[in-house]
Design a protein around this ligand. Structure first.
Ligand SMILES: C[S@@+](CC[C@H](N)C(=O)[O-])C[C@H]1O[C@@H](n2cnc3c(N)ncnc32)[C@H](O)[C@@H]1O
Length: 187
């Protein structure tokens, strides 16, 4: 029997299978840089990644991780609110990654919020190429997390079937609100 992947591992497997050398991708919540690293590896030397975070600490952490791996030339680090994504980014992308919640080992008061996450997701979907995918990893367990999860859920469930395929991955019988994932594919 196959081992079921945790949410973050599931997202990484999906991105590995989806991205090709030369592709472009956005990490809309780069945090400690684990997702950015994976994206940078997948897009190769000719590709490009934009890694966004509202906190300087997150960008520094991600920047150091990339530098240690020699991947920093593939990634632009942007200290911005992802709700302003379209003001900064214009190029179509093959993948966009959202990992909601707070910075691991950081300020738990600085969390993604329902309305800005939704605004960012709307803008990210506009930048996706046909067949491009957006992943949204949702954490409902922290204060405010459930409200954000509900807003994201309501939004993705109403996306037109004609334009997007939306799927949902997560464990349904575990305690402590494990994260779960939406994958949105543009048709
Ligand atoms: C769960 S962490 C991301 C983890 C990250 N993907 C990794 O691999 O380590 C969520 C991140 O979202 C960031 N964040 C919160 N609100 C944001 C916003 N409005 N725009 C951009 N980033 C935001 C936080 O600063 C935090 O670093």
């Amino acid at each position: 029997m196959p081992r079921l992947l945790r949410a973050t591992a599931f997202v990484h497997e999906l991105l590995r299978a989806h991205l090709r050398p030369g592709d472009r991708a956005i990490d809309a919540t780069c945090g400690r840089g684990f997702d950015t690293m994976l994206l940078a590896e997948c897009v190769g030397e000719q590709g490009h990644v934009w890694a966004l975070d509202i906190q300087r600490e997150a960008l520094e952490s991600t920047g150091q991780r990339l530098k240690d791996a020699g991947l920093e030339s593939r990634v632009a680090l942007l200290e911005i609110d992802h709700a302003t994504l379209r003001q900064h980014l214009k190029e179509p992308c093959q993948a966009v990654v959202f990992n909601l919640g707070y910075l691991p080992h950081g300020d738990k008061a600085c969390v993604t919020r329902p309305e800005s996450s939704k605004a960012a997701l709307i803008q990210a979907l506009e930048l996706l190429t046909p067949k491009g995918i957006a992943t949204v990893t949702v954490y409902a367990g922290h204060p405010g997390g459930r409200e954000e999860a509900d807003v994201v859920d309501a939004y993705v469930r109403k996306l037109s079937q004609e334009h997007y395929a939306v799927c949902h991955y997560g464990f349904v019988n575990q305690v402590n609100d494990p994260p779960y994932v939406y994958v949105i594919e543009k048709r």
